[in-house]
Design a binder for this molecule. Structure first.
Ligand code: COA
Length: 164
């Protein structure tokens, strides 16, 4: 299985948004409400916002291909001085083939190359599949955090950290 990682360009945005929607609906059904999924997708995956992210020198967006087919994507950013893996989504039909691990390793290399010695992320406390994967990648829970994101919705997360 060949895994190939490339930067996301503006032309890739429609495919990334479509992949995000399918993956979120699959992963978060039963964890957060359909209303909250739609609200967060609208907040985070608006075309203009992603175009601005691509231009932002403190953000990095990458996509992974497995045997030439788009499998998923990752977004990293500097958050309050720390290097954060902000998004990691692999299409349900492409999970468990190593694409998530490859994107996480790519993010770790990016963190190192920008002078960071650790990388953090936030993951829903009830997202067992992702917590299992992140633990396998070397992350450990550092903190618990509840964040109000507007319209009465909250994110109930662990902050996980990994040395890089
Ligand atoms: C979590 C995720 C990013 C992992 O990426 P991946 O490419 O599927 O996983 P990898 O091939 O790197 O495998 C790593 C581990 O993920 C876990 N995993 C992945 N898919 C799984 C599945 N369908 N069921 C159970 N565990 C799974 C396993 O622990 C796996 O290790 P193992 O096969 O040795 O048991 C991916 O499954 C995903 O996108 N999930 C849905 C969206 C999500 O929750 N993203 C994280 C948001 S914070």
């Amino acid at each position: 299985m060949a895994i190939d990682i490339r930067p996301i360009t503006p032309e890739d945005i429609p495919a990334i948004v479509a992949l995000a929607r399918v993956t979120w609906l699959d992963a978060y059904a039963g964890i957060i409400s359909r209303e909250q999924i739609d609200y967060m997708l609208a907040q985070r995956y608006a075309r203009a916002g992603l175009e601005a992210d691509i231009e932002n020198p403190e953000k990095w967006l990458h996509q992974a291909f497995v045997d030439g087919a788009l499998a998923g994507f990752a977004a990293c950013e500097i958050c309050k001085g720390e290097f954060k893996l902000d998004k990691l989504y692999i299409h349900p039909g492409m999970q468990r083939k190593g694409a998530g691990a490859a994107l996480a390793a790519h993010a770790a290399a990016l963190a190192r190359s920008h002078g960071h010695s650790s990388m953090i992320l936030a993951v829903n406390k009830h997202n067992g599949q992702a917590i299992h994967a992140y633990t396998k990648y070397g992350f450990r829970v550092r903190d618990k955090i509840v964040t109000r994101i507007g319209s009465g919705f909250v994110m109930d997360d662990y902050i996980m950290e990994k040395p890089v």
